[in-house]
Design a protein around this ligand. Sequence first.
Ligand code: ADP
Ligand code: MG
Length: 534
Amino acid sequence: MAAIVQDDTKKTSKSFETPVVKSEGTFFKERESLKRDVIDWTSANGLLVRNKDGVFTNCPITLIPSTFPQKVYVEACDVAMIFNRLVDRVSRDVPWLLEQLKDTAAGDDFIMKQIQICKKVHVEEMEEGSKTWKKQHLYLGLNRSDYMIHDPPPSEKDVSLFSSNEGQGGFLQVELNTIASSFGALSNKTCALHRFVLQRYEEASIECYKSIGNNNIDRIDSNRLPTTNNIEILSTGMAEAFKRYAKEVCRDENNQPKENIQKKYILFIVQENETNTVDQRMLEYELFYKHNIHVLRRSLTNLSKTAEIVVTSNVPKLYVDNKTKEICVVYFRDGYAPDAYPTNAEWDVRELIEKSYAVKCPSIAYQLVGAKKIQQALSVKGVLERYLSSNEVIKIRKCFAGLYELNDDSILAAIEHPEHFVLKPQREGGGNNFYGKDIPEQLKKMSKVERGAYILMQRIFPPPQNALMLTKTGKVNSAKALSELGIYGAYLGDGKSEYFNENAGHLLRTKVNGTDEGGVASGYAVLDSPYLVM
Ligand code: ADP
Ligand code: MG
């Protein structure tokens, strides 16, 4: 197996240090005072992450929002609901999904394990005793589609492989996350912080922009900061799933809907040493205060000892804690990487959950749709048309970068022009891809089977702009930076009807130019907000 770096950086927190590229000027004192107010705001409003030792610090953020083209923002929002629908429809086309992943699974055990569960629960007859179990067709998707603006360098023209790309120019999709799409709640808070900064410290904000070379902003218009209701919409998606489950399943002995659903829960599957707890807790508190729904937080390892199925009238209900707590919805904030499954017990409980009647967010098939291999397979001509209308296809295809399986043509192009490619394994969480000169090196090492586990992607070149980045250690660094826009989507459907399909807000992450990777939890990027410009 080629070196797939299983550095699950959705989990690990490296300390964030950016190089200072601009010397501090006369504005330094005022900026330091603004910084102190910003740090207080993050504390007072919970814009916080934990360090490894458990201590909370401010989330790494930009001091002021970065400018971002309004047109791109609007177009990215416009496709959110289409991507939601696409994920759901592809996830229900299990034979197609499994066919696409055949070669990938041969070179990637983690994908293979997911496929085994998918086959067992959704394709093969369930084993004796569970054959008659009622199947849950309601799926909840809390997705996030990530984009970068593409400003192609002249040398891109030399890569003939790209000549047929329809997604040239404009903005391109980096990836589509279908499991554990994080930072929704903290992005909501970041937007509120930036609104506060711009409105409360208008003069200082303008000076901040000037200090990083942006002289175009001589007046602040906080309407240019789009509001984002991530917390509200993501948790409403979960609440809708909960209510539909409860209405159907929670009945008394006379088959009447039960009024009291206090002993029913939404289960958050989390890492034991999670550092991004605030981001998750905010969704939990919204569910509690707004929807009167209680959340349980458990790791997969804990669940492997405490979760069981109890069958009532053919409905395989999921319970924890000696069958005392019924789980209506399972929300995975873990389970996206191999180290969530240290033993077979974690895989067994994943299978148990998949078989149960609880609404999964995501189902195993949804998770597989988020694989980079499927992103590539969906870009093949004629495939999107299986799932979407022609109008929808046009909108979506515009933002597809060049995506390639590893064959003679793509490998040759990547060896000749490695600076124009990213080599990606089927992993989530950051820190796994290969860039530039590492690509030929890796390609040469791999066997044919191992190559099946990777895809090649056209490298996106976002235009750099300077940013002021506040680190977790309270330093402000001024650096040339690149931004990545994420648009969340919330979707609830059963294959026949769409019950909930919403754009669930945005996330802007900004990283120092020259850094290949881009995650916030992994320490590569900081949270930002888009200040929309023409
Ligand atoms: P992961 O699932 O690990 O988040 P991504 O595909 O999002 O994988 O890649 C991680 C980061 O690498 C992205 O956030 C982005 O900054 C960078 N990246 C990924 N694909 C590309 C690309 N095609 N061009 C430029 N940068 C990319
Ligand atoms: Mg990503």
